[in-house]
Design a binder for this molecule. Structure first.
Ligand code: ATP
Length: 206
């Protein structure tokens, strides 16, 4: 029996880091953000539909989606956000399912930043939900270290995302990844959880 795990958490909480430890432990990790980026990169399958819906000015000279322009558009207009999601979500879903169908490992970890925000749509596809949680101050500090990010931009994303309590309420397990937790300890927590959830037969555990 293959276990499907939904992994989520706020921006900068440490999802990708935790996903990496699952991968190290032998699980297949499916990164829905990477899938989404691929759909809107140069030659991406979603670009014709996006250009038809929003106009060709949203596509840059190199053929990729103009992310800054798109972000500004959906930030200002909830209807535009819905129209974009109506294009992207079915495509992300199809690619996610294709990758999951091709997986041969006993655990599949779906890295889904907005799993909680998506409601039942994602909850129904997985046996377990794992939330990576940390203090907002820690999120801010991590995100502001990234090139091009300001405190205001990071705070705006945090405000748009689900509240920490909402996320925790959906969780089968919570990994608290606050400042001061070493990566070595975080890794051990992931491996212990994999074992607790019966994914202990995957390579690298036990
Ligand atoms: P996003 O939502 O933006 O994709 P994320 O939740 O995937 O972010 P990560 O990219 O895993 O978060 O972590 C954010 C940054 O914080 C990374 O640079 C990562 O290396 C660092 N980080 C995460 N957890 C720890 C930790 N316990 N100790 C040290 N650094 C950490």
């Amino acid at each position: 029996m293959r276990m499907r795990i939904g992994l989520s958490g706020g921006i900068g909480s440490g999802k990708s880091t935790v996903a990496g430890f699952w991968r190290e432990a032998g699980a297949t990790v499916i990164d829905t953000d990477a899938i989404s980026r691929g759909l809107t990169a140069t030659g991406g399958a979603a670009l014709p539909a996006i250009a038809a819906e929003f106009g060709p000015q949203l596509i840059r000279a190199d053929g990729a989606l103009d992310r800054d322009a798109m972000r500004a558009l959906v930030f200002a207009d909830a209807g535009a956000k819905q129209r974009l999601e109506a294009i992207l979500h079915p495509m992300i879903s199809a690619e996610t399912q294709a990758q999951a169908a091709a997986a041969t490992t006993s655990a599949i970890v779906f890295d889904v930043p907005l799993l909680v925000e998506a409601g039942l749509r994602w909850r129904q596809r997985v046996e377990r939900v794992l939330i990576v949680d940390c203090a907002e101050q820690t999120q801010l500090a991590r995100v502001m270290q990234r090139p091009g990010w300001t405190r205001e931009a990071a705070e705006a994303v945090i405000r748009q995302q689900a509240r920490r309590a909402q996320r925790r309420a959906c969780a089968d397990a919570v990994i608290v990844n606050d400042e001061g937790l070493t990566l070595a300890t975080l890794r051990l927590q992931v491996l212990a959880l994999a074992q607790r959830w019966g994914c202990g037969t995957i390579a690298g555990i036990g």
